[in-house]
Design a protein around this ligand. Structure first.
Ligand code: MTE
Ligand code: HPA
Ligand code: MOS
Length: 751
């Protein structure tokens, strides 16, 4: 089944924030961001800006009626700067004007005097200076110190890993208007409507029940709107509250790029020890997460890095420490994979470096260490229904890996200035919010008298197809046609206390809440049907809009049943609540069972390198992916393809550049290069691993949003392998992204 939004998207009829019809008298807001990365604010002069025709007001921190605080996990972030600035682009003031154009013009006229202070942009320097967002955390298992002496090979090195700009097509924005009695309605492009509601309430000094947040859909989020939409929504709401008028705030791309946080860059050191038969006996790593100027989601992201730092492998002795470092960059935030990709990059780097040192292929090491049933993760959970080896074996077989490797070797022998490379990326990604409390959701279902069905959940549609999946769940479980089901906007008055749609768990959590609501409704409806048909309700079910008795259709249709149930005064509305069972985590021990299940897979990427220019093409991507029993193979395949390309972009072209003063240089699409259709792989073949899927996944259809992002890591090592084919004296340098400039340097290193 196609995504229900397909036609709307291609005909331009889908409504995004900027398409919501505005109320007459709507004002427009522009954000004034700090020109410098670190300093004291000496003076904010708004006289000139206020003189411009059409300018209504300039808001600064002193206008905030509630708290000037938007930190979600740690209370360390102001909405509007107070006395100091900690990153370039940090919001200082909000200009409100009659037109968007005037608002932006006036924003440039706000004069701010600073006393500049030395910025810190390097996480290692931040750590040395004691600039940490939260205390460090360590996960460990066994004792590496006791086994180094048993290792045949010990390899040490460092990594330097870049961040990533989200580049959602729709930039951050919100539209807020006062309704009455202090009540404010906010349309926000957010993954977390409750986070927006809470932040707005806090900033305005109002209770949460006076703030309504509504979200139709996002033009992409990718994690960038899990937390960071809240501040911009709060600015719009603040402006609406102060002026008493509707206010719209939409960031221009340039502002979005410099004001918002990105994927966290990481720096780190590792040491890996292997036995003669390539078993990884010990792994130690210390990582420095570049958190930016405020904690934002960094503590949770750091946690997921720890969880995924051993990748798809069983390693009996580990010690992994992460420092979350405070620097003068925009607060870095959630981005597809949520710290997991960074953790996996490090272990794959260690394996690649070990392979180089030993003189074997990394694939040999990967294969020798893949997780098996009941292997223990360093966080205490036992691996169950492990598909790591099954995916690897199926990929080897279906894609004839041996032959593929051989053909690449032959190519490299026959070509001097063009080399090909191949690498494999095994995947194991834990599903559930790492913060156990967030693993809950609700769904509100109304059945109307005509048999049509309204569904509201806490899930946010951001292109990933969750609304289609929700409609499918309702249609399948009610036994009615999908055309009867309407998925409504996500709204805090219909579904309260939502977790953000994130952690790839939107469909699982909300779908299970929907399942629970539907089960209750169906039970009541079948009781009515049993009365009408004079039988017992456990003989009955509903399929194809018909009541079925002991497998045979009756004359009672869905419409009729609903009508009769209403006349019998049976409630046709239900609220389902779901909380993932089984999971828990004890932070004092750093052990527990944090994940409902894991998603597995094996990705293979081949590339061709131009050894004169340093440029490369991504040739083919071959994947065996563990979808479980996919409820929507078309959507899930789209998620795989998009994620893979995004993952490849992160480690190849996408380079964030800051100057020594902490100013973003790659602040537009002319200086920040993302994969386009020409750069995308020539082919992506993805085979599903045949499995039933776990019980905790919605209808046994596994979470899909983030995991395939990690297959992109294979492209990075495939390029290194091609460089090595050209330059045998090259020793893998673990810096990412591997831009063509870097590749060119590596090609001629030592030659
Ligand atoms: N796909 C599209 N098209 N747009 C997005 O913004 N976000 C990704 C992923 N796929 C995203 C996407 C991220 S970061 C997550 S966590 C999941 O979708 C969230 O949705 P889900 O929980 O419904 O999978
Ligand atoms: N993933 C995404 N978002 C989150 C998580 C997570 O594991 N934990 C808290 N927010
Ligand atoms: Mo996704 S990074 O969990 O929004």
């Amino acid at each position: 089944m196609k995504n229900i939004d397909t036609i709307g998207h291609v005909t331009g009829k889908s409504v995004y924030l900027d398409d919501i019809p505005t109320i007459s008298g709507t004002l427009h807001a522009a954000v004034v961001g700090s020109a410098i990365a670190h300093g004291k604010i000496l003076k904010v002069d708004t006289t000139e800006a206020l003189r411009l025709d059409g300018v209504v007001k300039v808001i600064t921190c002193t206008d905030i009626p509630g708290e000037n605080q938007i930190g979600g996990i740690v209370e360390d972030e102001t909405l509007l700067a107070e006395g100091e600035v900690h990153y370039q682009g940090q919001p200082i003031a909000v200009v409100i004007a009659k037109t968007e154009r005037d608002a932006h013009k006036a924003a440039k006229m706000v004069r701010i005097d600073y006393q500049e202070l030395e910025p810190v942009t390097d996480p290692r320097i931040a750590k040395e200076k004691g600039l940490l967002l939260i205390p460090p955390r360590t996960f460990s298992m066994g004792n590496p110190n006791e086994v180094w002496s048993q290792c045949k090979y010990i390899v040490e090195d460092s990594i330097e890993l870049g961040g990533q700009e989200h580049l959602y097509i729709e930039t951050q924005g919100a539209y807020a208007y006062p309704v009455e009695g202090g009540y404010i309605k906010v349309h926000s492009s957010t993954q977390g409507p409750t986070a927006v509601q809470k932040t707005v309430a806090r900033v305005l000094g109002l209770p949460m029940n006076l703030i309504e947040v509504d979200v139709v859909r996002l033009g992409g989020g990718f994690g960038g709107k899990e937390d960071q939409a809240s501040g911009f929504a709060a600015m719009a709401a603040l402006a609406a509250h102060i002026t008493g008028k509707p206010v719209k705030l939409v960031l221009p791309r340039h502002d979005d790029m410099r004001m918002t946080g990105k994927r966290h860059p990481y720096s780190g050191d590792f040491r890996i020890g292997l036995t003669a038969d390539l078993k990884i006996l010990a792994f130690e790593t210390t990582l420095y997460q570049n958190g930016g100027a405020a904690a934002d989601l960094s503590p949770a992201i750091m946690e997921r890095t720890l969880f995924h730092s051993t990748g798809s492998y069983y390693i009996p002795n580990t010690r992994v420490t992460v420092y979350s470092c405070k620097t003068n960059l925009p607060p870095n935030t959630a981005f597809r994979g949520f710290g997991g990709p960074q953790g996996m990059f490090v272990i794959e780097s260690a394996i690649a470096k070990a392979a180089e040192t030993i003189g074997v292929s990394a694939i040999e090491i990967q294969q020798a260490n893949l997780l098996k049933e009941n292997d223990e993760f360093q966080y205490g959970q036992k691996a169950e229904n492990v598909n790591a080896r099954k995916c690897f074996a199926l990929a080897s077989e279906k894609f004839d890996l041996e032959n593929l490797r051989q053909s690449i070797e032959n190519y490299n022998q026959n070509n001097k200035y063009s080399k090909r490379g191949l690498a494999v990326m095994p995947l194991c990604f834990g599903i559930s919010f790492t913060n156990t409390a967030m693993n809950q959701a609700r769904a509100l279902v109304h059945i109307y008298q005509d048999g049509s069905v309204s569904v509201s959940t806490g899930a946010i549609e951001m292109g990933q197809g969750v609304n289609t999946k929700m409609a499918q769940v309702a249609s399948i479980l009610l036994g009615i046609d999908i055309s009867r089901v309407k998925i409504h906007s996500t709204n805090t008055t219909r579904v309260a206390n939502t977790s953000p749609t994130a952690a790839s768990s939107g469909a699982d959590l909300n779908g299970n809440a929907l399942r629970i609501a539907i089960a209750a409704l169906k039970k009541r409806l079948l009781k009515v049907a049993a009365e009408l048909l004079e039988c017992s309700d456990d003989e009955l079910t509903i399929e194809n809009e018909t009541v079925i008795r002991n497998g045979a259709p009756t004359a009672l249709k869905w419409n009729e049943l609903v009508k009769k149930a209403h006349l019998k005064r049976v409630a046709l509305t239900e609220n389902g609540h779901y909380a993932t069972p089984v999971i828990y985590f004890d932070k004092t021990k750093e052990k527990g069972h944090p994940f409902a299940y894991h998603v597995y897979g094996t990705g293979v990427v081949t590339i061709t390198l131009d050894c004169i220019r340093g440029t490369y093409t991504i040739d083919d991507v071959y994947i065996v992916h563990d979808f479980g029993n996919s409820i929507n193979p078309l959507i899930d395949l789209g998620q795989v393809e998009g994620a893979v390309v995004q993952g490849i972009g992160w480690l190849t072209l996408e380079e964030l550049a800051f100057d020594s003063k902490g100013r973003l240089l790659s602040n537009s699409l002319s200086t920040y290069k993302v994969p386009d259709i020409h750069f995308a792989p020539k082919s992506i073949q993805c085979i599903p691993l045949p499995t039933n899927g776990p019980e905790l996944a919605v209808l046994r259809s596994k979470a899909i949003g983030e995991p395939p992002f990690m297959y992109g890591i294979a492209a990075y090592f495939a390029i290194h392998n091609a460089i090595k084919a050209f330059n045998p004296s090259y020793s893998i340098k673990l810096t990412a992204p591997l831009t063509p400039e870097r590749v060119l340097m590596h090609l001629y290193q030592g030659r």
